[in-house]
Write a protein that binds this ligand. Structure first.
Ligand code: PEP
Ligand code: MG
Length: 544
């Protein structure tokens, strides 16, 4: 048995086989030690397997995002039948004695370069597609795989690092937990693990021999056991079962009001990253969605998601929530959340850079596409819109003007819309300091404690070396939260928290005493938080 330690992201136990995800870029073998016939047959098999994968992806996309968006997987399947492409790869194998993976990669690069040079916009766009299918073939041939293709069996994923976009694409039904060498506890990847209720460890030194072995993630003790002894396995399985029982006991709190013993009420909402998370919201009986991180729709796409695609997703969430509030945060891309097609420049200080509202206010066509989709979805339930990373009144007015512009256009077209409450995230010290002015502009504030802590303490939330310095309980942060609540309430603006601190039960009493109106937390934290709220008595003098 091997034991490795790291930092836990979620207290929980996961038991299952390990699957190591190696990012590609490994050097491909050029010259084959097999015969050309053998390599050709490997190539043909890989093409068949790729077509099967694509057919599966097409069905999944068809069900989730509709025909228009699923069509890309059909195009990719057709490209795998294209004689020019196939013959070019076969030639490389036969003439150069090359491996099938080298032939696939080289053909992909050659065709992509040729397409990219063409005048025709449609053909230009095919460059990405041909790269994609070649990449898929190389993955199949080298067994490198993609994080999102976990294999048939549910597994614990082990990787050097996982970006938010890789994490969002993981097949959650096959993911028991994950372990990474890099990453920080405040990153978006960590937040996604909490939302998915998946035990995860970061900062773990692993080696390739782990692949395929049985392992236990013990989130309580920040460690992973590989090839565990049978007694330990039994003990951990019992602990896992006990956790499941505890979770089902918490289910008994469903439908009970979120009131303290002395009658103070607070709303408990949930944070989500995509439409599939709504199931968790219902299961945990949140009163609404306090933060829909809409950028994950963008991270899960190969290109800008169309207004139609976004509308379908927002509508599905809003309809499923059946009249309960759904707060959609507008695109908060940039910093650690990168999508290639945005073509954002590399920056020295991305967290302080071109991100979130700064992108939206300068690339209005993208912003308007999203706002129109949100406004259209508002006809189907209770929708609020929330702008991230605000530092000035001017930005809020500009964002609201753009929202009004979209509303006017849609009205002109006779499109139905509902009332839409507007709010902003308070996640910069600047926003706290001018909270009185900002509160005049909006109906609510939601405090993003993850970024507010990062910017107040000048500590990069992505940097694992600083995890020990990142103190979300710092008096400066708590004072900022109090100032925000007071300023909001002076102007009839309700105030909530949607950062990770909202779920910290050691602060729940403090937050209630400060007068917060709402806490929005990951879905699995809703019921434990409700239990905590219902046990508090604010009429008693607080200890110390
Ligand atoms: C925050 O900053 O606290 C927040 C909720 O937004 P995100 O974590 O997505 O940056
Ligand atoms: Mg933030």
């Amino acid at each position: 048995m091997q034991v490795a330690t790291g930092k836990s992201i979620l207290n929980g136990i996961a038991i299952g086989p390990i699957r190591i995800y190696r990012k590609e870029d490994a050097q491909l073998a050029v010259t084959s030690t097999r015969t050309a016939e053998e390599e050709l047959s490997r190539f043909e098999d890989a093409c068949e397997k790729a077509k099967e994968q694509l057919a599966g992806l097409y069905e999944k996309a068809l069900a989730e995002v509709g025909e228009e968006n699923a069509a890309i997987f059909e195009i990719h399947q057709m490209m795998l039948d294209d004689d020019d492409y196939l013959n070019a790869a076969r030639e490389i194998i036969e003439r150069q004695g090359a491996t099938a993976e080298y032939a696939a990669a080289t053909t992909g690069d050659n065709f992509a370069a040729t397409f990219a040079d063409m005048e025709d916009a449609y053909m230009k766009a095919r460059a990405t597609d041909v790269r994609d299918i070649s990449h898929r073939l190389v993955n199949i041939l080298t067994g490198a795989g993609e994080a999102s293709h976990l294999g048939d069996e549910a597994a614990i994923l082990v990787a050097d690092d996982l970006t938010p976009s890789e994490t969002v694409q993981l097949d959650k039904s096959k993911l028991l937990g994950f372990v990474t060498r890099h990453g920080s506890t405040n990153s978006h990847t960590a937040i996604l693990a909490r939302t998915m209720n998946i035990p995860a460890l970061i900062g773990v030194d692993f080696d390739d021999s782990w692949d395929g072995k049985l392992a236990i993630i013990d989130g309580y003790n920040h460690c992973v056991y590989v090839d565990p002894a049978s007694e330990l396995l039994n003990t951990m399985e019992e602990k896992r079962q006990a956790d499941l029982k505890q979770e089902s006991l918490l289910q008994g709190l469903k439908k009970k009001p979120n009131v303290t013993l002395d009658g103070r009420e607070i709303k408990v909402y949930a944070n989500i990253g995509n439409a599939a998370d709504v199931g968790l919201v219902l299961q945990n009986d949140a009163q609404g969605i306090g933060l829909f991180r809409s950028e994950f729709i963008y991270l899960d796409s190969e290109d800008y998601p169309s207004e139609e695609k976004q509308f379908e997703i927002y509508k599905r969430v809003v309809e499923t929530m059946a009249g309960k509030k759904v707060i959609i945060r507008t695109l908060d891309i940039g910093a650690d959340k990168q999508a290639d097609y945005f073509q954002l420049d590399k920056e020295e200080n991305p967290a302080l850079g071109y991100r979130a509202i700064r992108i939206c206010l300068t690339r209005k066509e993208i912003f308007k596409q999203q706002l129109r989709a949100i406004l259209r979805a508002s006809a189907f339930g209770t929708v609020s819109v929330m702008f991230p990373m605000i530092i000035s009144v001017r930005e809020v007015r500009d964002a609201k003007d753009t929202l009004e512009e979209c509303r006017a256009e849609l009205r002109e077209q006779g499109v139905a819309m509902g009332e839409v409450e507007t709010g902003i995230m308070i996640e910069t010290p600047a926003a706290v300091m001018i909270a009185d002015e900002l509160a005049e502009e909006v109906q609510f504030f939601s405090i993003g404690t993850n970024d507010l802590t990062q910017y107040t303490l000048a500590i990069d939330r992505q940097n694992p070396k600083l995890d020990n310095f990142y103190n979300a309980f710092h008096p400066a942060v708590l004072r900022m939260i109090r100032m925000t609540v007071e300023a909001g309430h002076r102007h009839d603006c309700w105030v909530g928290i949607c950062g990770e601190l909202g779920a910290d039960q050691t602060l729940t009493e403090t937050f209630l005493r400060m007068g917060l109106d709402e806490l929005s937390v990951s879905p699995p934290s809703v019921l434990p938080l409700r239990k905590c709220i219902r046990s508090l008595d604010l009429s008693k003098t607080p200890e110390n």
